[in-house]
Design a protein around this ligand. Structure first.
Ligand SMILES: [Mn+2]
Length: 369
């Protein structure tokens, strides 16, 4: 795999920027599609993008059923397909991985449980073709079927979970008592008996929900969390490293779940339950890069959830996606970039730097004598 290049994987389209971004079928990053299970098996892909447009397990503002479409639309805006050499990290995931858009899981509006089972089946079928699932939600309830389908199809007994979110989602049920609510999926995963509290880390909680009783239970279960204030105060790499160490301690695999409401609403307004005082994009990218480059690409899964484009801003009506769906798109690329480093056994990429060294501190005061 080390010898493989983007052109080997995608042919001439790897660098082809000639097609106008607003034309053609807007698959994720205009990547090849492999929607049917047989197509996916034949594609020999490493990573499959799956949309999970479910929002009937939402308690406050609905709308994430439009999330996958908005993220796909946002993904067609920047950069040529599929070359994505990251100027800062010096890595291009599409030099390493064959990635396809596998379409969406089948959703039955009004039948939340059936929809969730369909998501579970879709994720399991991705795993059965030896492909990593990268799921775009949808409300956060999808993470339970995501993880259940992924863990069972892989035969994992013990998993770690790294969870970026404003909300803990660890309580027995959601705000209004629904067991499969978007605010109870961590507890559902915990109840499967495949994830110990010691292998769970939450990054970014703040605000007022859930209440102190739930946090007491989390504490008792050995769960750990870094609040949004902690993220601002502590070293980002140390936080990420702690989450990785905990998630990989004695486990078979790690799932990473990213709720965009962990971000400050200034950066991600397009979500159902925004809460002031959240993360900045650079903080999220630093931590997600640090986490993903230490994962085993054969034993990891990822989802990004809670993008609700109708509350988003910037270009939302021209079908190019807003700033929240643009952030989610970027996050998916960063995840694949980190995994590409892991796949190649690299600690870091090879960014191009200026000839003259960067000035990293103020110049020494001039000598007046
Ligand atoms: Mn949340």
């Amino acid at each position: 795999m080390d010898e493989r290049t983007g052109e080997d994987i995608y042919g001439e389209k790897h660098k082809d920027a000639n097609e106008p971004i607003f034309s053609g079928i807007p698959s994720f990053l205009k990547l090849p599609t492999a929607v049917e299970e047989e197509e996916l098996a034949e594609s020999d892909a490493d990573i499959a993008i799956l949309g999970a447009p479910l929002d009937t397990a939402t308690t406050i503002r609905p709308g994430t059923r439009y999330g996958p479409r908005a993220v796909r639309a946002a993904s067609t805006v920047p950069s040529p397909p599929y070359e994505h050499f990251n100027i800062e990290t010096g890595v291009d995931p599409f030099d390493t991985f064959s990635v396809v858009d596998h379409g969406d899981a089948t959703i039955t509006p009004g039948d939340t449980k059936t929809s969730q089972e369909n998501i579970e089946d879709a994720v399991a079928s991705i795993v059965e073709t030896d492909t990593m699932p990268l799921v775009i939600g949808g409300d956060h309830s999808i993470s339970y079927p995501d993880i259940k389908g992924w863990a069972e199809a892989n035969g994992y007994d013990d998993i770690g979970l790294i969870h970026f979110d404003c909300h803990a989602d660890t309580g027995e049920d959601g705000l209004t008592g629904f067991k499969y609510d978007h605010g109870a999926w961590v507890k559902r995963v915990h109840d499967l008996g495949i994830m110990d509290g010691d292998n769970y880390t939450l990054i970014g909680p703040r605000g007022f929900w859930p209440g102190p009783d739930t946090y007491e239970e989390m504490r008792e279960a050995g769960m750990k969390w870094y609040t949004a204030d902690d993220v601002a105060e502590y070293d980002l790499s140390a936080i990420a490293q702690d989450a990785v160490d905990r998630a990989t301690d004695g486990t078979d695999a790690v799932w990473i779940s990213f709720d965009v409401d962990v971000m400050d609403p200034a950066y991600c307004p397009g979500t159902g339950e925004p809460e002031p005082g959240g993360l900045m994009p650079r903080e999220a990218f630093t931590m997600i890069r640090e986490v993903t480059k230490q994962m085993d690409p054969d034993h990891v899964g990822f989802d990004v959830v809670e993008v609700a484009p109708q509350y988003d801003t910037s270009d939302t009506n021209s079908y190019n996606g807003g700033i929240t769906s643009g952030f989610a798109n970027r996050l998916c690329i960063e995840v694949m970039g980190g995994l590409a480093l892991a796949e190649r056994g690299l600690e870091s990429g090879s960014p191009i730097k200026p000839k003259e060294p960067l000035r990293t501190a103020p110049p020494a005061p001039a000598d007046d004598d």
